[in-house]
Design a protein around this ligand. Structure first.
Ligand SMILES: [Zn+2]
Length: 74
């Protein structure tokens, strides 16, 4: 299992503004996003089994788009 960490400027629902976030990936999928300002953490469920079969190494940009879609549902 490969996990990655990066930083991204994302909108925080608590701070009500765009701030740097720590974004944690496992196998290229976002599993956790943490606001560096208020430390609010969002956890994403990942189907690890399905991921390992698919062996997806898709780029983070795609996942960030997914994230932007998900944050609206929270
Ligand atoms: Zn925040």
């Amino acid at each position: 299992m490969k996990d990655t960490q990066m930083e991204a400027g994302l909108y925080c629902n608590s701070c009500k503004e765009e701030l740097p976030h720590h974004v944690y990936y496992i196998n290229g999928k976002i599993v956790r996003v943490e606001c560096q300002e208020c430390r609010r953490t969002m956890v994403f469920k990942v189907d690890v089994l399905k991921e390992s079969i698919k062996r997806s190494t898709s780029v983070s940009l795609l996942n960030l788009t997914e994230y932007q879609k998900n944050i609206k549902k929270i």
